[in-house]
Design a protein around this ligand. Structure first.
Ligand code: PLP
Ligand code: TYF
Length: 398
């Protein structure tokens, strides 16, 4: 039965890890995958997470099945992060949240449910977007198109183009929006532009699906929820996927959530019953550990404060790497102006490096980046930043 099976293409980002791991050069740097490393090049174990894990271990809780939708303590904490704890939507029971296997799992459960709800819809993702968005919605059975987003000339958002795309999308189309820290460009919408996107979704009858994978990595927990809050105030129904992979440094624990805003309590109950059916036929119910840790941190005043401080530390370190890279590129004699790197937000920068320049970085310097020119700033540190700046200056000269 396997004789005619073809080799599937590798994930362009995760595939880079394999090549990086096989590289024997000691000076090698992996700017490919979107993971936050500390200044020692290590994935941090946050102090708040360590404390919550220690308490769990000591309590020796039983390992029964979880509710299909995950524990209420977790789902409620996710809602508070997204909407603010005093949100009228929460008070009105207009919010349905289910725990999911990371942000990816939340997108997939949402996509599978949407396919049942709107089988004829087209999904629109930003041009460009996270590689997995297209594959994920296609695998749920949707045709996937793009809306204009990035403007290479300004290295910002082509907002006129984006609005034109949204206004041309057929009613009932699903619009996947990066809630903050756009992956891969680092270019986000302004608060005023979010309000215009809300208006366009309302006018065209579009179904917004906000992907929140980096809450707290740009300006702060509430500041980074601006898009979610704009949609919350609109009276529209919409979807949100949350990921705690980055903000809690819990990548491999697979902690995320899918949240759906409905028109009211009765709708919420019916929607939840359908989403639970999707989950039940996929993996039945979520694993315990990651969600329990996140809920314990978010629901304890003390641990939450510790987490917020640690999150701010990650955010500030990335910012310092952005300005540091701009300065060191200048010092290394780069002929190009890289000041835009300091203005982009989140973990990534679309550097404008060509595929050929990215290949030179790998071959000559052991520096790995995505062939689109995306680099992860959170992989830079005080030891490798000078080396990376020298290398980028070298391949972009002339
Ligand atoms: N969405 C975006 C935009 C991402 O960059 C990522 C990155 O990992 C995800 C979703 C997936 O998150 P997770 O690793 O929690 O599945
Ligand atoms: O964009 C990134 O690098 C992160 C990590 O299939 C990632 O979002 C990349 C690819 C993928 C899953 C996660």
């Amino acid at each position: 039965i396997f004789a005619a099976v073809e080799m599937a293409p590798r994930d362009p980002i995760l595939g880079l890890n394999e090549a990086f791991n096989a590289d024997t050069r000691s000076e090698k740097v992996n700017l490919g995958v979107g993971v936050y490393y500390d200044d020692n090049g290590k994935i941090p174990l946050l102090g708040a997470v360590r404390a919550a894990e220690k308490a769990r271990l000591e309590a020796q809780p039983p390992r029964g099945y979880q509710p299909i939708e995950g524990p209420a303590a977790y789902n409620g904490a996710v809602q508070n992060l997204l909407f603010g704890k005093d949100s009228a939507l929460i008070a009105n029971a207009q919010v349905v949240t289910v725990e999911a296997l990371g942000g990816t799992g939340a997108l997939k459960v949402g996509a599978d449910y949407l396919k049942r709800l709107l089988p004829g819809a087209t999904v629109y993702i930003s041009d460009p977007s996270w590689e997995n968005h297209r594959a994920l919605f296609e695998s749920a059975g949707f045709p996937v198109d793009t809306y204009a987003y990035y403007d290479a000339a300004t290295r910002g958002v082509n907002f006129t183009g984006m609005k034109t795309s949204l206004e041309a999308a057929p009613a009932g189309s699903i619009i996947v929006l990066h809630a903050c820290c756009h992956n891969p460009t680092g270019a986000d919408l302004s608060d005023a532009q979010w309000n215009e996107v809300v208006d366009a979704c309302r006018a065209r009858g579009l179904v917004p699906f906000l992907d929140m994978a980096y809450q707290g990595f740009a300006d702060g927990i509430d500041a980074d929820a601006v898009a979610v809050r704009a949609f919350s105030a609109s009276g529209l129904q919409f979807f949100v996927s949350s990921s705690f992979s980055k903000s809690f440094s819990l990548y491999g624990e697979r902690v995320g959530a899918l949240t759906i805003v409905t028109a009211g309590k009765d709708e919420s109950a019916r929607v939840l019953s359908q989403v639970k059916r999707v989950i039940r036929t996929n993996y039945s119910n979520p694993p315990i550990h990651g969600g329990a840790v996140v809920a314990a941190v978010l629901n304890s005043a003390e641990l939450r404060q510790e987490w917020e401080t640690e999150l701010a530390g990650m955010r500030d370190r990335i910012r310092a790497m952005r300005t540091g890279l701009v300065d060191q590129l200048k010092a290394a004699g780069a002929t190009q102006d890289f000041s835009f790197v300091a203005k982009q937000r989140g973990m990534f920068s679309y550097t404008g490096l060509s595929a050929a320049q990215v290949e030179r970085l790998r071959a000559e310097f052991g520096i790995y980046a995505v062939s689109t020119g995306r680099i992860c700033l959170a992989a830079l540190n005080s030891k490798n930043i000078g080396y990376v700046a020298q290398a980028i200056a070298a391949v972009t000269k002339g």
